[in-house]
Design a protein around this ligand. Structure first.
Ligand SMILES: CC(C)(COP(=O)(O)OP(=O)(O)OC[C@H]1O[C@@H](n2cnc3c(N)ncnc32)[C@H](O)[C@@H]1OP(=O)(O)O)[C@@H](O)C(=O)NCCC(=O)NCCS
Length: 158
């Protein structure tokens, strides 16, 4: 299993995390590398937003973000959000996404959150972790699934 740390504890992984975000969502978000730099600086300055990095043998293998809000006006009443889950292609299919999902659930639960939410086009990634589809929401020109998990029932989070 990977070791999972806040990005602030592994600053050498920052450029890799920016590259992952840009590769996965740069085009759809209309973000440049400078925009991602700004977004990471915003997260670093935010009191509760956090980027977590999974390390395999010391090498950055994946990341997930915990955000207070996901930026959709109609969903501002829901918090917090699992966001930007990505595993480096060279490290996929070894359970790293699962480890990151469980980590962020446990982190949110330890902070007192009773539910956690996410937006995705691929809910199948999360079903086996006890997440359910709660709604759909417009994101740009797409419709995405709003998923939720009740953390008070999450007996398996470590
Ligand atoms: C999706 C992603 C994070 C999975 O990472 P991974 O470390 O290979 O995943 P794991 O090995 O932990 O497997 C997680 C589960 O998701 C499933 N899965 C992985 N990719 C999937 C996909 N594209 N569609 C449906 N299910 C998928 C796996 O079969 C596995 O299911 P299981 O728990 O029932 O066995 C990785 O493929 C990725 O970074 N993709 C690009 C970004 C992305 O799609 N992010 C998530 C969507 S918001």
């Amino acid at each position: 299993m990977p070791i999972i740390r806040p990005l602030s504890e592994v600053p050498t992984a920052r450029e890799t995390c920016i590259r992952w975000a840009d590769a996965e969502w740069g085009a759809v978000a209309g973000f440049t590398i400078a925009d991602w730099e700004e977004e990471y600086a915003r997260i670093e300055a935010h009191p509760t937003d956090e980027v977590f990095v999974a390390l395999e043998d010391g090498v950055p293998a994946g990341m997930v973000w915990l955000l207070e809000h996901e930026g959709i006006d109609t969903l501002q009443h829901l918090t917090p959000w699992l966001s930007s889950l990505v595993v480096d292609p060279a490290h996929r299919d070894r359970g790293i996404a699962g480890a990151l999902i469980r980590h962020i659930e446990a982190y949110a639960a330890s902070g007192g959150d009773q539910r956690i939410y996410l937006l995705t086009e691929t809910p199948a990634v999360y079903f086996s972790h006890g997440w359910e589809v709660a709604d759909t929401a417009p994101l740009g020109e797409k419709s995405v699934f709003v998923m939720q998990k009740n953390l008070t029932l999450a007996a398996s989070v470590a």
